[in-house]
Ligand binder design. Sequence first.
Ligand SMILES: CC(C)(COP(=O)(O)OP(=O)(O)OC[C@H]1O[C@@H](n2cnc3c(N)ncnc32)[C@H](O)[C@@H]1OP(=O)(O)O)[C@@H](O)C(=O)NCCC(=O)NCCS
Length: 149
Amino acid sequence: MKIKDVSIRDLRSISNLEHHIFKENAFSIKLVEKLIQQNILFLKLEDGKIMKKLIGFIVVIKDREDQANLINFLIHPQFQSKGYGSLLLQETIERIKRLKEIKKIVLNVQVNNSIAIKLYEKFNFQKNSKIIENYYQSGEDAYLMELST
Ligand SMILES: CC(C)(COP(=O)(O)OP(=O)(O)OC[C@H]1O[C@@H](n2cnc3c(N)ncnc32)[C@H](O)[C@@H]1OP(=O)(O)O)[C@@H](O)C(=O)NCCC(=O)NCCS
């Protein structure tokens, strides 16, 4: 497995996987394109084989002077629960910690996404008990989670 920076050449494959997983909550291809141009980190995980299959990706933007926001993160369904999400998240946290101006990483997660919540808690993100209602396009609620860097 290799972790690499996403480039505009990845737009189609990233957007296809995004829609496959997040359905009506998926970011539009236009937004993915914008995020490829403006981010702190946009990393992909690829297998090391010749076809270079996209295994997953993670997107982090700066939404305040001292704050990073992890706005998108997924692992291809065929490769979930094998440690790849942890691998990508760990690399992301390490890279953000090297950015001295960033003091905090925040993210939103669906209240019923217990696997993702467990993963974030494994990396010491704290769940804010306040529920953000109707956060997603689908009407689902979210938690805010935070990690001090
Ligand atoms: C959330 C997601 C990125 C996790 O990636 P992953 O590669 O499956 O995660 P890992 O295999 O590294 O597992 C990380 C932790 O999640 C939990 N977990 C993973 N699979 C699980 C399962 N099937 N049942 C219960 N807990 C599970 C465990 O706590 C695990 O840590 P551990 O193995 O040390 O106990 C992935 O499931 C995914 O893409 N989901 C759909 C998109 C999504 O929900 N993204 C997050 C949006 S906020």
